[in-house]
Design a protein around this ligand. Structure first.
Ligand code: G3H
Ligand code: ZN
Length: 283
């Protein structure tokens, strides 16, 4: 079965490393990510956006992740990424997800708190852990696009209130990272991160992990980030490999001929990331 999100993420928080939340998009992603985690002896969270669930099908998604978790010698978790409503959470929980994110970050604080409370009340008795979001993370993640002008950073006093009134197991607090490709160097607000950590003493989550300079990722982890979400870098590695291979070999028609190298490319990308997060050799 799946490992406990809370146990794994807490361990990372207490020992100064971060767990990789790597988004899955298809079979090859699942295989590559779990292979990478095994090679690195690292725990790993398979993150699934609603867009990816719509693409793969909810039942296929859970079946793939379950098979991967059963085969793996490392802890594997299946996490709903950016759950957009209570109904989506119910769907994921019924289907067998081991943890969920409820993203009420577009709502006024009080409404975000109420929605997140409802999700925690549903999930915790079932042993399912919950990630909430505060502030708005800009950029595009599948179906979810937040215009840069609407992106806002989380406020430490709100974070304190949000965590104490909801009881979330992890908090995605917006500190300046964004989904998708960055234009220029991302500007993470490390002072804010320090203040939010002090105000919450809860494992913090860095979204938009692709394209952040390594030294900034490492610094963020030293300041309380215990989970880092990565999708775009793997999509880029996968697609670049397919594109180059097909350009070089225009006669190829067997999908396995380009999907296997693309899968290898993700595996290498994920291995490097797990090492960067300090989660290698933790199991
Ligand atoms: O929730 C998903 C992550 O935040 C992925 O962000 O695609 O920019 O790596 P990314
Ligand atoms: Zn995200």
């Amino acid at each position: 079965g799946f490992a406990s999100f809370r146990t794994i993420v807490r361990d990372a928080f207490e020992h100064g490393y971060a767990v990789g939340h790597i988004n899955i998009n298809n079979l090859e992603f699942v295989q590559a990510i779990v292979d990478a985690a095994e090679a690195e002896e690292a725990p790993v969270i398979l993150g699934v956006s609603e867009g990816a669930i719509k693409y793969m099908g909810l039942d296929y998604t859970v079946a793939l992740a379950r098979t991967a978790a059963e085969r793996a010698k490392v802890p594997v978790m299946l996490h709903l990424d950016h759950g957009s409503s209570f109904e989506w959470v119910v769907r994921a929980v019924r289907a067998g997800f081991s943890s969920v994110m409820i993203d009420g970050s577009h709502l006024p604080l009080e409404e975000n708190i109420r929605l997140t409370q409802r999700v925690v009340e549903l999930c915790h008795p079932l042993g399912i852990d919950v990630e909430g979001e505060l502030g708005r993370i800009g950029g595009t993640d599948d179906d979810l696009t937040v215009d840069e002008r609407l992106a806002t950073l989380a406020r430490p006093e709100d974070a304190e209130k949000f965590v104490s009134s909801t009881g979330v197991d992890a908090l995605a607090a917006a500190i300046g990272s964004a989904h998708g490709r960055y234009k220029g160097r991302p500007q993470l607000d490390f002072d804010r991160l320090v203040a939010i950590r002090r105000a919450t003493n809860t494992p913090l989550v860095l979204h938009g992990g692709s394209g952040i300079p390594d030294e900034d990722v490492v610094r963020a982890i030293s300041l309380g980030i215990a989970k880092v979400n990565i999708n775009t870098e793997n999509q880029e590695a996968f697609t670049a490999t397919v594109r180059a291979l097909l350009q070089k070999n225009p006669d190829v028609y067997d999908p396995r001929k380009y999907l296997a190298p693309a899968r290898d490319a993700i595996k290498e990308t994920v291995r490097a990331k797990l090492r960067l997060l300090g989660s290698s050799h933790r199991v």
